[in-house]
Design a protein around this ligand. Structure first.
Ligand code: AMP
Length: 424
């Protein structure tokens, strides 16, 4: 039978790679935890309508990329992003009545039926955070600074922070009118997709990667020209706070993002192009002051971001890989094997990473395996050792050997490992 393969654009993550994944996830939870964020986990499946209403009907994600199906007539979708579900949960659990400001982070898979390529998959993982209940620019600056600190901590080099302001709903209406006025006489020069979007969602045309659209858009009016006094004040205070926090950034007046819910502050963080190629956007985020209300909740302002985990892994500098285990227990014979399993358990209880052989391999092959796994110590247990209640402790780097009473082994090995006794 032909072996089955994973769905296109969906990847297996094997244990060798998982170590880096976990390092990033741990660092993220640690950094966000230090800033008072709590982890939220929402379902992978949500009502389709949630994403249509939150992300917007005329967006690439909703029009082309959602995995949607009906189950007993209920339209469901595998979540393409995390904010809509988080906001749905925030409303459903009436969180705004319990605390004035909510700080949540999440980590998990998202699903979009995009054309797979490097850094772009159909199941991919995002690390995201949301602050609900604070409308001010200082909150925006603190969130961006926290994110930059996290990216530096996991050693992502060459970060570029881009910021823009979309303004509030009034500004967007004014800008939409100005943009439509500019684009309508040029609609013949636009790509087919963009020409169709002109009537419903002209802002998205700014985001198009199509060369025809980019040429037209290069002369278009910019959002900053249409900002209201309040929007401008917000934007100025954001920039001032980023300066005060020593976060370098660039204002990118044509930055708009693919999701409809954004208002005012919008940002992206890019990494090194040499490593990431076209998919160099590591993080996308922004304010979504109207979304909680639009989804049927109270009028609560909010801001959030999502980082693509796979892209962070491509962008990160590598760290030397730590050994998988510290101790290998090498039994010789069946009786010794049962005893070795017990001994391994005692070592693990002492917090020592330990593996043992249960296949009855020769001593030579067991020691080879211990070296491959990076163990610093091998404990050799033969039939004699079992009978007499001791163990041979071999330092694999130092090539020394010591006979230690079985009841003392865990303490002895822990002290030996703590000494860092590996001669170069
Ligand atoms: P978005 O939710 O579209 O604002 O994307 C936020 C971040 O998620 C991007 O900057 C990417 O790092 C990551 N991302 C989005 N789509 C994909 C994808 N199909 N594959 C891998 N990462 C993605």
């Amino acid at each position: 039978m032909q072996p089955l393969r994973a769905v296109k654009g969906m990847n297996d993550i094997l244990p060798e790679e998982m170590e880096r994944w976990q390092r990033v996830e741990r660092a993220f939870a640690h950094h966000l935890g230090l800033c008072g964020f709590g982890e939220v986990r929402t379902p992978y499946l949500e009502p389709t309508q949630l994403f249509v209403r939150a992300i917007g009907e005329v967006t690439d994600v909703v029009e082309k990329e959602m995995y949607s199906f009906r189950h007993h007539d209920e339209p469901l979708t595998l979540r393409p992003e995390g904010t809509a579900g988080a906001v749905r949960a925030y409303i459903e659990h009436a969180v705004s009545g319990k605390e004035p400001v909510t700080r949540w982070f999440y980590m998990g898979p998202m699903f979009r039926a995009e054309r797979p390529q490097k850094g772009r998959y159909r199941q991919f993982y995002q690390l995201g955070a949301e602050i609900l209940g604070d409308k001010g620019p200082f909150c925006d600056a603190e969130l961006i600074a926290t994110l930059v600190d996290f990216l530096r901590a996991i050693r992502v080099p060459d970060l570029t922070v881009l910021v823009n302001s979309l303004g509030g709903p009034d500004t967007r209406d004014r800008y939409r009118a100005a943009l439509t006025q500019y684009l309508t006489p040029r609609s013949g020069e636009l790509s087919e997709d963009s020409a169709r979007r002109l009537a419903h969602n002209p802002l998205r045309i700014l985001d198009s990667k199509h060369p025809k659209d980019q040429a037209v858009v290069s002369g278009a009016p910019t959002l900053v020209d249409c900002l209201s006094e309040d929007d401008l004040r917000h934007f100025e205070l954001l920039k001032g706070s980023l300066d005060a926090l020593a976060v370098p950034y660039k204002v990118e007046p044509r930055l708009v993002r693919g999701l409809d819910y954004y208002t005012r502050t919008l940002f992206e963080i890019k990494g090194a192009k040499e490593r990431l190629g076209a998919g160099d956007t590591l993080v996308g985020g922004g304010r979504y002051d109207g979304l909680v209300r639009d989804l049927g909740g109270p009028d609560v302002p909010a801001i959030g971001f999502a980082a693509g985990l796979e892209r962070l892994l491509i962008a990160m500098d590598d760290e030397p890989k730590g050994p998988k285990i510290e101790v290998f227990v090498a039994p010789l014979g069946d009786q010794a094997t049962a005893s070795a399993i017990l001994l391994s358990r005692a070592l693990r209880e002492a917090g020592i990473r330990t593996e043992t052989d249960t296949r009855g391999a020769s001593l030579k092959s067991q020691l080879r395996r211990a070296n491959t796994l990076g163990a610093r110590v091998a404990l050799v247990v033969g039939e004699d050792e079992v009978r007499e209640g001791f163990v041979q402790v071999k330092d694999l780097a130092g090539h020394s050997q010591e006979r230690v009473a079985r009841s003392e082994v865990a303490t002895y090995v822990a002290a030996h490992l703590a000494k860092g006794a590996v001669p170069a």
